[in-house]
Write a protein that binds this ligand. Structure first.
Ligand SMILES: Nc1ncnc2c1ncn2[C@@H]1O[C@H](COP(=O)(O)OP(=O)(O)O)[C@@H](O)[C@H]1O
Ligand SMILES: [Mg+2]
Length: 271
């Protein structure tokens, strides 16, 4: 087995020079309140939550706020088609056509199986040690983004059926590339239950948790009086102080994902 699979322990990611850390706000009000300094530029942030918890909509809202401020965003979709994503964006008050015209936005749908096949092909060549140095497969060379969104790692992971170590190799390659180019990334991960709230559910994508600099969790909150709401938490953010509380959030027409300021009250469970 290739040495590169095991030699990377994630520690090199913690060595970023503290004096050189630049932070960037998300301009999602409630998100910024929980992470007041902003997200360190170049951080890889996992967006975790169950199906329908709002992961895609959170990322589209992040995209809108970034493009509005002249940042370049690459949205790599392995699930929804480009057209649908643009319709969502318009519903949430964004202007994807204008961002594209200005060269600020590149939305592209990929087939996760293509990645799996290409990694397969590369690994079957002799130069396994070089793999980690090359441009991660499917990151377009012609567009230099400030922010990359991948929707979702879970889709990519499932394309690597049968061989989790190949998925890990791809993830290590991807994280190194993003770090080297100081690209802030939001990487969606669909989980039945966010990893830190105690579950013995183990899946192939587990390896990405320790590679990531940040984790944002989206919850379904079930109150004892029978009401369901959406919840939001910044679980971890390397290089920035965070306010560790779970707050409510909503999906609102014309806005996208709106994060509230209030802590949860009463009896509830998180799912
Ligand atoms: N325009 C909208 N207004 C209100 N809620 C919406 C709107 N569009 C989608 N939703 C809600 O958002 C949920 C899907 O969010 P999405 O971000 O796609 O979930 P996922 O976490 O699976 O990516 C839907 O189940 C729906 O309830
Ligand atoms: Mg989604």
């Amino acid at each position: 087995m290739s040495k590169t699979i095991h030699s990377f322990d994630g520690k090199s990611r913690a060595k970023k020079s503290p004096e050189g850390l630049q932070h960037s706000k998300t301009y999602i009000n409630g998100f910024d309140k929980l992470c007041p300094e902003g997200i360190p530029v170049g951080n890889a942030v996992l967006i975790e939550g169950g199906p329908g918890s709002g992961k895609t909509i959170l990322c589209l809202t992040l995209l809108k706020e970034a493009c509005k401020r002249g940042k370049k965003v690459l949205y790599m979709s392995f699930e929804e088609r480009e057209e649908r994503l643009k319709i969502h964006l318009k519903n949430f008050g964004a202007n994807p056509d204008e961002y594209e015209k200005k060269g600020l936005l590149y939305v592209k749908r990929f087939n996760a199986l293509d990645i799996a096949r290409s990694v397969e092909a590369l690994l079957s060549e002799a130069k396994k040690e070089l793999l980690i140095e090359v441009q991660p497969i499917l990151i377009p060379t012609e567009f230099k983004p400030d922010i990359v969104i991948m929707d979702s790692l879970t889709s990519i992971s499932s394309a690597f059926s049968g061989d989790p170590s190949r998925f890990r190799i791809y993830m290590e390659q991807l994280f190194r590339y993003l770090e080297k180019h100081e690209i802030t990334s939001f990487l969606i991960r669909e989980v039945s239950s966010p990893t830190h709230i105690g579950t013995n559910f183990v899946e192939k994508a587990e390896a990405v948790s320790f590679l990531a600099d940040g984790i944002v969790a989206l919850y379904s909150i079930y109150y004892s009086h029978g009401i369901r709401k959406r919840g939001f938490e910044v679980v971890k953010m390397r290089g920035a102080e965070i306010d560790r509380k779970i707050v409510e959030c909503n999906i609102e027409k014309g806005k996208g994902l709106v994060v509230k300021n209030n802590s949860l009250k009463g009896n509830y469970i998180l799912t």
